[in-house]
Design a protein around this ligand. Structure first.
Ligand code: XMP
Length: 514
């Protein structure tokens, strides 16, 4: 990743919630950008030949003990720099100014008046901008070496420039979409001030990845699930190493409908990926017999997956490499984080590398975000049905069948979910929601069919909207769409007599029922 930063922009991560977003916005300008630890030394930045550096925002106060700091040398030289919010306050402090805690926090929209373009705010075509603010601290006095480019009512030093140096600070957040002309401000900095190289595009990423992956010597094993990340990983490796890639699709019996068939058709036949399909349904379902506790179910699925995978690897091996579809946010969240405030999420994916296998891990997507992976998949010819697919939990339907996992409940859950997806697709809503499925438990409710009363299952439909799955809200679907879903499920899935719609957000509920 370091090498890729030559001519690009390093974003030093001070823990701000928008730190990722800065990278994405810069990449949208065609310039490569990545998050680095907040204390990355100047020498290292120079060795990487970065064109400039952005200091992200962060939740700390610059005078607080233990507050994250930058290498003091980065403020001294001529390295182009843009400090945002906390990053800006660090610059003010480093140059002898003063930062104070404001009486009132300033959150939300503020009108900022541009008094001098200074290279950063040039060519915006307006002299007032609606900018997004989110801070408690702000500079009370800027050093004589800084001069004001813009001010707002609460922030007289809303944007500044350091005299004689390509270093800027802004109190507002140019990276959020609520800031008017924010992308132009970033572009002024990245392309105008830093003269960064515009060599980031999915096409160039694809070319470079295939070139570097083709140098792997030895055989590569990749588990595919039918989801977008593993499908793109396998397609990429297949292009790079051809027959030396062996991918395996383990059918756990807990998957969405048609997953195996899709893998066979799109990865196997159309993209020519060498895929083995292993049907381990019986093994998984036997392991789950009598198990009701959700955590226990996860353990059984994880362990069975690892066993089946290990057997396959041993039978078909040896393999020098294991390819995984790890994405950039996973890298950040799984402890290999850059910043002081990154949340460590428990990763509940099944699999992992079984202890008995020794393979080097290859993660070709580790620099990408989900939307970039989708773009790459499209570029490589994966169909939209694969590329646009909703996320699916590793333990699969085992966490959508509440109580014991039986073949009957699995079928009800699978068929009802397929109906939910089909109708959302027909209504043009599938791509607009985060996840949409149905889940089922054990309790039966009374229904009436013709003149006959009949006990049957009640399924609960969940359709949620989210940006990162950390929080989610239920989708306010039109009652007409809900009615279509309900009717279709009760008509097509004979064991179901009633349909409920979940109106819980996360928190307090989670997206998956278990
Ligand atoms: P929750 O249910 O925690 O889910 O709100 C957040 C997101 O993660 C997915 N999810 C899982 N993914 N293994 C996974 O690989 C799991 O055990 C698991 N549980 C939840 C879920 O589908 C949602 O997108």
């Amino acid at each position: 990743m370091d090498q890729a930063l030559a001519g690009g922009i390093a974003v030093l991560d001070f823990g701000g919630q928008y730190a990722h977003l800065i990278c994405r916005r810069i990449r949208a300008l065609g310039v490569y950008s990545a998050l680095l630890p907040h204390d990355t030394p100047l020498g290292e930045l120079k060795r990487m030949e970065v064109a400039g550096v952005v200091l992200s925002g962060g939740p700390a106060s610059v005078y607080t003990e233990g507050a994250p700091k930058a290498d003091p040398h980065i403020f001294e030289g001529t390295l182009p720099m843009l400090g945002i919010c906390y990053g800006y306050q660090l610059m003010v402090k480093a140059h002898g100014g003063e930062v104070v805690r404001a009486d009132r926090r300033e959150y939300g929209r503020a009108s900022v008046k541009v008094v001098d373009g200074g290279g950063l705010l040039d060519g915006l075509g307006v002299d007032r901008l609606a900018c997004w603010m989110s801070h408690s601290d702000s500079p009370a006095r800027i050093p004589p070496s800084m001069h004001v480019l813009a001010s707002s009512e609460s922030s007289p030093y809303a944007a500044v420039k350091l005299a004689g140096s390509p270093q800027f600070g802004v109190q507002f957040h140019p990276e959020v979409s609520h800031t008017e002309k924010g992308q132009e401000v970033l572009s002024n900095f990245v392309l105008g001030v830093c003269r960064a190289q515009k060599n980031w595009s999915m096409q160039s990423f694809l070319r470079q990845s295939v070139e570097s992956l083709s140098k792997l010597d030895g055989r590569v094993l990749c588990a595919v699930s039918g989801g977008v990340d593993s499908s793109v990983t396998a397609a990429l490796l297949s292009r790079a190493v051809g027959d030396r890639l062996r991918s395996v699709f383990i059918d756990t019996g807990l998957l969405r409908e048609g997953e195996g068939e899709q893998v066979r058709r799109f990865l196997g036949q159309e993209l020519g990926v060498n895929v083995a399909i292993v049907d381990a349904t019986d093994r998984f379902l036997e392991g789950l017999e009598g198990v009701r506790d959700p955590e226990e179910k996860r353990k059984v699925v994880g362990k069975t997956f690892a066993d089946v995978f290990e057997e396959f690897a041993k039978d078909e091996g040896p393999f020098a490499y294991l390819a995984q579809g790890t994405l950039y946010p996973d890298v950040i969240e799984s402890g290999r984080s850059t910043g002081p405030a990154s949340v460590i999420k428990t990763h509940h994916n099944v699999g992992g590398l079984p202890a008995g296998l020794s393979m080097k891990v290859v993660e070709p997507l580790r620099e990408l975000y989900k939307d970039e992976v989708r773009e790459l998949g499209t570029l490589m010819g994966l169909p939209s049905t694969v590329v646009e697919k909703h996320p699916f939990p590793g333990p699969g339907l085992a966490v959508r069948v509440v109580g014991e996992v039986t073949r009957e409940k699995l079928r009800i859950c699978r068929e009802s979910s397929r109906i939910v997806e089909r109708i959302l697709g027909e209504e043009g809503l599938y791509g607009k929601v985060w996840q949409a499925f149905a889940y089922v438990g054990d309790d039966k409710v009374t229904g009436v069919l013709g003149d006959e009363r009949k006990l049957g299952y009640q399924v609960t439909v969940k359709v949620v909207e989210s940006v990162d799955a950390m929080t989610a809200d239920w989708s306010r679907l039109d009652p007409r769409v809900l009615e279509r879903i309900s009717n279709a499920i009760t008509n097509e899935v004979s064991e179901v007599v009633a349909v409920a719609y979940s109106i819980s957000s996360k928190p307090p509920a989670t997206i998956e029922p278990q």
